[in-house]
Design a protein around this ligand. Structure first.
Ligand code: CDP
Length: 243
């Protein structure tokens, strides 16, 4: 049983030693599932997620066919061993919700009109969870789509942020929350955007923050997103330039 710590940040240092705006080590690898049309693994510290893309391909069931564009479908799931308490296999309410928000975020960047009547399937699987799995999954999915050669208006890049309490009881905004901060913090906010279109494609908040705190956290997340975006591009180039 985990014990709740007295505070999540002390003398400006978080439980894992990070400063407020600091993100975990980010590792992005393209082409990890060679049988898929496109794939990518994203590690945000101990959070490890794989995305695999299949398509554009024929859509079944037929009644879901869109005559003027492709359907982007996403399925998010966590492996049973990815969390501390074994996760029951298969999608529950949480997985259905996350699949929906991931699909919606990706639909805002994929040029769906280029592939009428077809489907683009995106599978996001969490191998190890340490918070921010939907965001890591979305980062992986957008690189996997690019790896599959699917035309997009831009990549989707996200970093979560949140509010935690320090040793004086003051609320502090932090970038890239990890599990203890997600679990015991005051708020966590999943945030992703398309840098190319300057458009927010996912924003979900659990908890409470003031407008000032929100903007402060978002500014920190934006810096982390800039870095993550560069890593996404690097991962794609590494595969195609072979370095
Ligand atoms: O993962 P994300 O932050 O996008 O979504 P969440 O629903 O806020 O879950 C936060 C974290 O709780 C996950 O990343 C896991 O580390 C953990 N979790 C868990 O331990 N067991 C579950 N069945 C679901 C989530």
């Amino acid at each position: 049983m985990e014990v709740k710590p007295k505070f999540l940040i002390k003398n400006g240092k978080r439980l894992d030693g990070r400063k407020v705006g600091e993100w975990r080590e980010i590792k992005i690898t393209t082409g990890v599932i060679p049988n898929a049309d496109g794939s990518c693994q994203v590690d945000f510290g101990k959070t490890k997620v794989i995305a695999a893309v299949y398509g554009p391909r024929e859509l079944h069931p037929k009644h879901m066919v869109l005559s003027d564009r492709a359907l982007v479908r996403a399925r998010y799931d966590m492996l049973s061993f990815s969390v501390e308490d074994r996760k029951r296999p298969g999608p529950g309410r949480r997985e259905i919700e996350i699949s929906k928000v991931i699909a919606e975020a990706l639909r805002s960047v994929v040029m769906v009109e280029k592939f009428p009547r077809s489907v683009i399937d995106v599978f996001v699987t969490v191998i190890q969870a340490d918070a921010s799995t939907r965001i890591a999954g979305l980062n992986a999915a957008s690189v996997a789509l690019a790896d599959a050669g699917i035309p997009m208006k831009g990549l989707v890049t996200g970093v979560a942020f949140g509010k935690i309490y320090d040793e004086t009881g003051k609320g502090v905004m932090v970038a890239d929350v990890f599990k203890p901060e997600d679990q015991w913090g005051e708020a966590d906010i999943a945030y992703a955007k398309s840098i190319a279109n300057d458009e927010v494609v996912l924003l979900q908040m659990d908890g409470d923050v003031t407008k000032k705190e929100f903007l402060e956290g978002k500014a920190m997340a934006d810096k982390a997103i800039e870095y993550t975006y560069q890593e996404q591009v690097k991962a794609l180039k590494a595969k195609y330039e072979g370095d």
